[in-house]
Ligand binder design. Sequence first.
Ligand SMILES: [Zn+2]
Length: 192
Amino acid sequence: MNCLVLIPINQQYISDVQVKISNALLELNITQSAIINNNTEYFFAGDSYLQFISFLGCSPYLNFNPQKQLTLSDLKQTIADLNYIQILSNSEDYVFLNTQYGVKAICPACKKKMTEWQSLIIQWQSNLKLETNCKQCLNAISLLDIDWKRTAGFFKTAIIFHGIQAELAVPSDELLLKLEKLTKLQWQYFYG
Ligand SMILES: [Zn+2]
């Protein structure tokens, strides 16, 4: 998907905060006007986007004046490649995202690589059970406790910055702190 995903560390204690977060991002000028595509709201990058998301190396393609240049059908084609922002928050099912290559899954109990992660995710997708047993140490663990080393993650609430390849950009400490103040929860990030 090529995205940077910001999530609260403790997802179980957060209810629907979509509106709160979307207002805060608009106020900080990280986002600007939204566009609806397939019933999903996407925001264009605002003027202060680069102040809060630091790119390491390559400069991004940022469309700061999108309304004049893009139509809805353009957006449908190119949304994965552009720096759009999406805010998700639901209190029901978890969403899982992972990078296309190089996913790492570390068992929270034995700290060994869980090479079976893909089959665990497929299982979860069919039965929604988060509990499993590590193949190596046989301990009962929750999929939520796997250390993905920022290559994947589960969430109910997230801010998704589209068009960012893994490890090419990081959120500023200031942004993470602002989100913490707003939601009373610590935030972290991974790539999807
Ligand atoms: Zn283990």
